[in-house]
Design a protein around this ligand. Sequence first.
Ligand code: URA
Length: 193
Amino acid sequence: MTMEKLRAEMTAFFQKLYIDQQKVLVFGEGPLHARLMLIGEAPGEQESLQGRPFVGKAGRNLDEFLALSGLNRAELYITNTVKYRPVKQSAAGNTVNRAPTQEEIRLGLPFLKREIALVAPEVIVTLGNVPLRALMGRQATIGALHGQWQTWEERRLYPLYHPASVIYNRALKSVYEEDVVRLGAFFRESMPQ
Ligand code: URA
């Protein structure tokens, strides 16, 4: 199995499933055998327009993550739990983001697991509850597990709050920042290049 083949399978699967909906799939990005794999929730508007994960506002959050951790974007493989933008119509009739449903997460999970197997990262970093619970189960919560090393299928998994969720909460933001700094220190100290 190659990443190209996995992407082709995903494309075929979701095209058939959403035959009348024209979903744009945003695939993961980064070196195939990156040491760290970052898993977000789902693409937003910019991601869907540009066809890349974590661009636009989420990209600026990611830049902050990189600055705090001392990691480079080029050494990360970045992907999402759900590969297309979940949307709904607002009361005013605009197309807006919504959280992915359990069904969307369930449908994406086998592909995400195969993506993880292909990248085979030393560390998986999940952002927020969506990827954390998709992998670790519904009992896992980011409030309890953030910043604490977990084991998922014999891989190290480090749960972080989703950067978008901490923006308006100063207390949570400093917890998030401390967790990111600790992750960066772990990489420098125990996993030298
Ligand atoms: N953009 C992404 O690609 N993922 C997120 O989780 C949020 C914004």
